[in-house]
Write a protein that binds this ligand. Structure first.
Ligand SMILES: O=P(O)(O)O[C@H]1O[C@H](CO)[C@@H](O)[C@H]1O
Length: 296
């Protein structure tokens, strides 16, 4: 196993048994068997306040686990209940730009798999490319364009661990249609405004995008852009977990050369706080509705 937190170039040394050891450490401290995993994106770390009967593990206290380094990502794994469903929640995720190799960014997803989840709900903050989107909109992901993988970095690179899944995995259906339908109905039930469905573009970051890059993404069919989520989705798909993901549109991307519209992390965090109530209401009801959801 590897305890070096800045080894972008190295090959994934974690065997299934290594990941199992991490899961067993958590199991030895808590009796709850999670059914759903939840990943909280930037500024969305207030979601775990909805959980009950929680046991919290700061990442630094979990053996062989990475630690969060980004503002707005608390760095805790929380096991408990949300709307009556047993869940495991990442209050803060890992990003490629933090210097972690992608296999390490996604390590928690494999831990969650061994803990027993069959559904993964992911959230993120993203910039709006689609001109009809407004700040504060919630975009459900129907697909993604992964510039990081297209550029040669994929979390599944290295020796394949067959106990998780096959060497080659199809991801054309990454965002489960049935859960997407359930999420749309949930937002409707609650009367949440500004709900969109779109394509998320993933870049490596931490620099934001140039105008020309954003225009290219728009031409390719991208609706929003961020620096996360898709690596976790690929890993979940590899080990047979159904995914649902949503973006909080925290800023409008600068599509023009007028210098008026520059993204910054503090504003992104502020929008997360401003939209906190609707996001929490949505997540709470989504998990209530997911309690009845049968994974095929
Ligand atoms: O995707 P999450 O983790 O929500 O974070 C988003 O917010 C940060 C930029 O402010 C980037 O890390 C971007 O990916």
């Amino acid at each position: 196993m590897c305890d070096n937190n800045s080894c972008v170039g190295c090959k994934n040394p974690y065997t299934y048994e290594d990941v199992e050891k991490i899961a067993n450490f958590l199991r030895s401290k808590v009796d709850i068997k999670p059914r759903i995993g939840l990943v909280c994106g930037t500024g969305l770390g207030g979601i775990p306040a909805l959980m009950t009967d929680t046991v919290t593990f700061p990442y630094g206290e979990i053996p062989n686990f990475p630690v969060s380094t980004v503002a707005g990502h608390d760095g805790k794994l929380i096991i408990g209940y949300l709307s009556g469903t047993p869940i495991v929640c990442m209050q803060g995720r890992f990003h490629f730009f933090e210097g972690y190799p992608l296999w390490k960014v996604v390590l928690p997803i494999r831990v969650m798999k061994i803990l027993g989840i069959s559904i993964l709900v992911l959230s993120n903050a993203a910039g709006g490319i689609n001109s009809s989107y407004s700040i504060g909109d919630i975009m459900f992901l129907k697909d993604h364009i992964n510039f990081v993988a297209l550029g040669g970095h994929n979390p599944l690179q290295g020796d394949n661990e067959e106990k998780f899944g096959p060497r080659f995995v199809a991801i054309n259906d990454s965002y489960d249609r049935e859960i997407l339908k359930l999420a749309k109905n949930t937002a409707k039930e609650l009367g949440i405004k500004g709900v969109q469905e779109g394509v998320y573009c993933c870049i490596g970051g931490p620099s934001f995008e140039t105008v020309a890059e954003l225009r290219a993404m728009k031409m390719l069919g991208g609706d929003a852009v961020g620096m996360s989520t898709v690596h976790e989705v690929i890993t979940a798909m590899h080990c047979g977990i159904k995914c649902f993901a949503f973006s909080l549109i925290t800023n409008k991307c600068p599509m023009e050369y007028d210098g008026k519209n520059t993204p910054n992390h503090e504003e992104i965090l502020d929008v997360g706080k401003e939209r906190q109530d609707d996001v929490r209401k949505f997540v709470e009801r989504l998990f209530k509705n997911l309690a009845q959801f049968k994974v095929k």
